[in-house]
Design a protein around this ligand. Structure first.
Ligand SMILES: Cc1cc2nc3c(=O)[nH]c(=O)nc-3n(C[C@H](O)[C@H](O)[C@H](O)COP(=O)(O)O)c2cc1C
Length: 153
């Protein structure tokens, strides 16, 4: 099944993580990477597996790069029943209560349209010693990406 990696970023860390995830999955899957700024909500396809990689800005908000996508999602309210996705969020624990809210908001908005989140919700902490690219690669390795056959009724 095709894997669509969507990243929402301001300073580039989520984009770098997305490239690592795509690289990790490319041996076994057909992978495409898109900046959420350039991805049309109407192109969401239930036969694809989606990976959202999204940082956090402001006071626990989505990064600017992810806003057009989620604004369109809320405006058009597509029925995403049958769509599967996984989320890897980026944040910094120095922000306390709003730590990693960007990825969590992304997951909540997709689930509100009927999509199913699968796998562990990744939460990178920019204050940790762990490099975001290493964590994203390990996270991708553990994803239970459904086989295309599992989707055939
Ligand atoms: C102005 C600003 C506000 C931020 N606000 C938050 C926040 O509320 N919660 C959080 O977990 N991280 C917050 N962060 C940390 C970023 O999400 C983190 O550094 C992330 O790795 C940046 O990813 P990016 O380069 O893809 O944008 C903030 C960073 C900046 C510069």
């Amino acid at each position: 099944m095709r894997v669509v990696v969507l990243f929402g970023s301001e300073m580039g860390a989520a984009e770098a993580a997305a490239e690592c995830v795509a690289d990790e999955l490319a041996a076994a899957h057909d992978v495409a990477v898109y900046d959420m700024t350039d991805f049309d909500v109407d192109d969401l396809d239930t036969s694809d597996f989606h990976i959202v990689i999204c940082s956090t800005y402001g006071d626990g908000e989505l990064p600017t790069g992810a806003e057009p996508f989620f604004d369109a999602l809320e405006a058009r309210k597509p029925d995403l029943t049958g769509l599967t996705f996984a989320v890897f969020g980026l944040g910094d624990s120095v922000y306390g209560d709003t730590f990693n809210r960007g990825g969590e908001i992304a997951a909540e908005l997709l689930a509100a349209r009927g999509a199913d989140q699968i796998g562990a919700h990744g939460r990178h902490d920019a204050s940790s010693e762990i490099r975001v690219k290493d964590m994203a690669r390990d996270w991708a390795r553990g994803l239970p990406i459904p086989s295309a056959a599992a989707l055939v009724p």
